[in-house]
Design a protein around this ligand. Structure first.
Ligand SMILES: [Zn+2]
Length: 148
């Protein structure tokens, strides 16, 4: 399950942020941006993250997931565009292609041509992969319970 490996790398980044925060007590909120092109199931990812964060400072943190629409750019003429929703659906419904894209979203670029100049030299500027947007960490001071 690909979601688990993504969850583990997110958790590692969250734990890094935790270690770098003085007086950190626990992680209260994790905000993620999931590229629609990654074909990551947000609920599967949420569940995987809850599982891997058990017995870590991130256990029980609220997980906020924002879906990010992909954007492509033509390297020949510089044109930028967003795919239609049905194009993304087409990818996700093709079992072979969706598996490839799920593992490596860059593969989509090979199937694209620029709608303006017809070039195949297309790159994905946004909407692949999963990004850790921000982490909220409760610290000793904020909790107000203890002494300084
Ligand atoms: Zn072009």
């Amino acid at each position: 399950m690909h979601e688990t490996s993504i969850a583990l790398s997110i958790l590692a980044a969250v734990e890094d942020a935790f270690k770098e925060t003085p007086g950190a007590k626990r992680v209260t909120k994790i905000r993620l941006q999931v590229g629609m092109l990654s074909l990551v199931d947000p609920e599967a990812l949420r569940f995987a993250l809850q599982v891997v964060s058990r017995d870590t400072p991130a256990e029980g943190a609220e997980i906020e997931i924002e879906m990010v629409k992909p954007r492509f750019r033509c390297n020949r003429c510089g044109y930028e565009w967003e795919p239609r929703d049905e194009d993304i659906e087409k990818i996700s419904q093709d079992p072979q292609l969706s598996t490839l894209v799920h593992i490596n979203p860059d593969i989509v670029a090979q199937y694209l041509t620029c709608p303006r100049c017809g070039s195949n030299d297309v790159e994905i500027v946004r909407g692949k992969g999963v990004i850790l947007h921000s982490v909220d960490i409760e610290t000793e001071e904020e909790s107000g319970g203890g002494q300084q």
